[in-house]
Design a protein around this ligand. Structure first.
Ligand SMILES: C[S@@+](CC[C@H](N)C(=O)[O-])C[C@H]1O[C@@H](n2cnc3c(N)ncnc32)[C@H](O)[C@@H]1O
Length: 481
């Protein structure tokens, strides 16, 4: 989840990774000394088997945790981990003896492959500010203030959006039901009000589903010419002394959350304001994840990790790659929201504190780059090691676990890193016939997959990982072509 209007593409910010090898991957993730645990955030997601009640029949096994050819694999396990197309839903199969009681009716576990997560991060090409302005000048697109009675949302749309929404079959779909009584709004140490868990919340739990109060296009305010036009309009609320200039704009900018683009005459990126969701404070160790669904016209927020009762529920106003940059760089990015982050990771960086968090995040950042850029190569190398009976796989396992430990220390669940490492660990466990561990890792991968289930049951687009959805007008991005 990211704030709507001020988001930008920062994927280029990572330092370039150089040599892609599993050895590098393992060494990158060597564990540092443990960081003091902040009382605000719960530790231990690595050790929790949060899906114990799941039937372990895998319909969508991690692509890399699959191989009927994996030596030593029992037939039924090999069959259960056979890769299928991401959207295919195979009938559930019993995993193996330990869960022989499992029946197909109990459902199947959908597991995203790291590749599928990365694919879902890719967005359509965004057309440039100039292209948009040209269309606007020709009158090809116009802004329309409107109201959508079926969803009770005020909208500042570009032409064509309302018509396309109303023409959608069965639109709007009913909104999914969120868990009952799991949060409350209260005073936050981070700033102002915030949302707090009133009970323990499991990774993947649906915490809030909400329709927006207001939707506006990112171009409305970010593009200078349009801003000037709007400012030139009369304002009956203007207090005349300049101190309270555009308070409404400020509120919209502070509270908008990106819902990506909506179909219209021009596919413009939009941001939405919500009654509850807009109350989420930011943390560099976020605990929730949000996704937008056009069909139900709602925003769903799920737990990104296990959350303890009383813990503040936080999301990130920064994107994933920004979260893995040093504290000073994150602070610079957050300046556009006009606040200094008070989350544990940032306050640990105050003078007198260690810079362990920065080091951890740098390692995770490098690991993420390797995974994204060279995942396939690494997987092949890992497979070669696993397939060679003379190789000791313990070193591999240690490297994978180290990365997970770093994430745990930072309370930062990076989905791509998790999917990759859980899958690798599952693959090793299968090769060494350790079905208990294989089960553990595949279920953890399934937990991560939960985050990608949109309210319509499909795979949600991953709004947090925009390749190109920059701050419109500042970065020449913003309109999906
Ligand atoms: C969308 S609002 C979040 C809800 C807000 N706290 C409220 O009372 O409505 C964003 C504002 O909350 C505050 N805030 C959010 N996260 C923060 C953090 N990590 N550290 C300090 N202030 C934060 C900042 O003032 C920011 O502009």
């Amino acid at each position: 989840m990211k704030r709507g209007f001020l988001s930008k593409d920062s994927s280029a910010k990572f330092k370039a990774a150089t040599s892609p090898s599993p050895a590098v991957e393992a060494s990158v993730a060597a564990p540092p000394a443990a960081k003091p645990v902040s009382p605000t955030f719960k530790r231990g997601f690595l050790n929790k088997e949060s899906h114990a009640k799941h039937t372990l029949s895998v319909s969508n096994a991690p692509a890399i945790a699959t191989s009927a050819a994996t030596p030593g694999l029992t037939k039924s396990v090999a069959a259960d981990f056979k890769a299928v197309e991401p959207v295919a839903c195979m009938p559930a199969k019993p995993f193996n003896k330990p869960i022989a009681e499992a029946t197909p009716e109990e459902g199947s576990v959908e597991v995203p492959s790291p590749q599928s997560i990365m694919v879902s991060r890719t967005e359509g090409r965004m057309c440039t500010t100039e292209e948009f302005l040209e269309k606007a000048r020709r009158g090809a697109v116009q802004r329309i203030m409107t109201y959508l009675p079926p969803v009770e949302t005020g909208c500042l749309f570009f032409t064509g959006v309302k018509e396309r929404l109303l023409a959608r079959l069965s639109w709007p779909a009913p909104i999914p039901e969120a868990a009952q009584n799991c949060y409350q709004i209260g005073d936050s140490l981070l700033g102002g009000l915030g949302l707090f868990a009133v009970r323990n919340i499991k990774l993947g739990e649906l915490i809030i589903v909400e329709r927006p109060l207001l939707i506006t296009s990112t171009a409305m305010r970010m593009e200078n010419e349009i801003q000037l036009l709007i400012r030139a309009l009369s304002n009956c609320r203007w207090n005349g002394n300049g101190a309270n200039e555009e308070p409404m704009m400020g509120m919209v900018e502070t509270n908008s959350i990106s819902i990506d683009y909506l179909p219209g005459d021009i596919d413009m990126t939009y941001g939405a304001i919500f009654n509850v969701v807009s109350r989420f404070n930011h943390s560099c160790s976020l605990s929730v994840f949000g996704s937008w669904d056009v069909q139900s016209f709602s925003y769903s927020v799920r737990a990104r990790r296990d959350i303890s009762a009383d813990e503040e529920l936080t999301y990130s106003y920064l994107d994933s790659s920004e979260l893995l940059t040093p504290c000073a760089e994150r602070a610079a990015e957050l300046k556009r929201y006009s606040f200094k982050c008070k989350c544990p990771s940032c306050t640990d960086m105050e003078p007198g504190h260690s810079n362990q968090s920065d080091e951890n995040r740098e390692r995770l950042g490098m690991s993420l780059i390797l995974t994204i850029k060279h995942g396939e190569t690494m997987l092949r190398a890992i497979q070669t090691i696993i397939d060679n009976p003379k190789e000791d796989v313990n070193g591999l396992v240690t490297g994978f676990l180290n990365t997970l430990v770093l994430m745990e220390q930072e309370q930062l669940v990076d989905d791509v890193l998790c999917a990759f490492h859980y899958s690798c660990l599952c693959k090793v466990a299968l090769a060494t016939k350790n079905e208990k561990k294989a089960r553990k890792w595949v279920l953890k991968a399934a937990d991560i997959g939960q985050l990608y289930k949109g309210p319509d049951g499909g795979w949600a687009r991953v709004a947090q990982y925009p390749r190109q959805s920059g701050w419109w007008g500042r970065r020449n991005h913003g309109v999906a072509a």
